[in-house]
Design a protein around this ligand. Structure first.
Ligand code: CP
Ligand code: NVA
Length: 305
């Protein structure tokens, strides 16, 4: 039987996503109550990370430990991937030993090739195309703070990047509006926008996108691998900083989100990320709870839960 992978939010049905988010809330409450829950005892998770990470690595490793399992972290230097062993062979070998594989890769195609040859579930921990694990935590956070997200409005301000692409998937699955403001040339992929139909609207003016929003979200202007474009991007994104004036246009109880790492004075003003509307620390913490729910979803059959 083909394993169930999580390469995109769209690998889940809307129902599955909602159940997973509810479960993330339960797992969080159980942890806070000090209840031990170890359904993954005896299971091993391999993590292949081609790029840096603070949140994703720490949350996956901690989550797996809390669920009773073990994890091994592999940078490109630690395996033969960097020395030319084919991705397909690596997938065949590793998936005969471990129970689940988490990959953060430069190219989404690499993760797809890996998954196609893996006997066990593969989780996308960020690629150039998307970042579905981030959205699990983001939506969990919104629900915790403000309730159901269906019918709400989110404003994405800045680069139409991997995280933005996953917000588009979330808007499709969960039925909320997403208004995206980017400079010309930095829009999200046209086919993803088209597939979202009237759930997504593109803007040039951040003010138009932010007006009346329940969530204002942004991300770095130069993602990992784009460091050499930093100067050019800083010029292109002038006027796209989320500051107090922009937040004033959003709904009175709007929340501010950012996947982190953040660059104060660039994509977000300190007054916003460190201000009362910011939920970024809960958002970061929820990476742990949401990914525990994901690991449980992929590794524990519902009958055994
Ligand atoms: N938001 C996020 O994925 O952070 P890291 O790059 O630190 O994992
Ligand atoms: N867009 C950013 C997200 C980091 C979590 C990047 O890809 O570097």
């Amino acid at each position: 039987m083909k394993p169930r992978h999580f390469l995109s939010l769209l690998d889940l049905s809307a129902e599955e996503l909602k159940r997973l988010l509810a479960r993330a809330g339960e797992l969080k409450a159980m942890l806070k109550r000090g209840e031990r829950h170890t359904p993954l005892t005896g299971k091993t998770m391999a993590m292949i990370f081609e790029k840096s990470s603070t949140r994703t690595r720490v949350s996956f490793e901690t989550g797996m430990a809390q669920l009773g399992g073990a994890s091994l972290f592999l940078s490109p230097r630690d395996t033969h991937l960097d020395r030319g062993e084919p991705v397909e062979d690596t997938a065949r070998v590793m998936s005969r030993m471990v129970d689940i594989i988490v990959i953060r890769a430069n190219s989404h195609a690499m993760v797809e090739r890996f998954a196609a040859h893996s006997r066990v579930p593969v989780i996308n921990a960020l690629t150039d195309l998307n970042h579905p694990c981030q959205l699990l935590a983001d939506i969990q956070t919104f629900i915790e703070k403000r309730g159901d997200i269906a019918g709400r409005k989110a404003a994405w301000i800045g680069d139409g990047n991997n995280v933005c692409h996953s917000w588009i998937s979330a808007a499709r699955l969960l039925g909320f509006q997403l208004d995206i403001a980017t400079p010309k040339g930095y829009e999200p992929k046209a086919e993803l926008v088209a597939a979202a139909g009237n759930r997504v609207t593109l803007h040039r003016d951040p003010k138009q996108a932010a007006r009346g929003a329940d969530i204002v979200v942004t991300d770095t202007w130069a993602s990992m691998g784009q460091e050499h474009e930093k100067a050019e991007r800083t010029t292109a994104f002038a006027g796209f900083m989320v500051d107090g004036a922009l937040m004033k246009l959003a709904s009175k109880d709007a929340v501010f989100m950012h996947c982190l790492p953040a660059y104060r004075g660039m994509e977000v003003a300190g007054e916003v990320i460190d201000g009362p509307q910011s939920v970024v620390w809960d958002e970061a913490e929820n990476r742990l709870h949401a990914q525990k729910a994901l690991l449980e979803f992929l590794l524990v059959s519902p009958a055994k839960k």
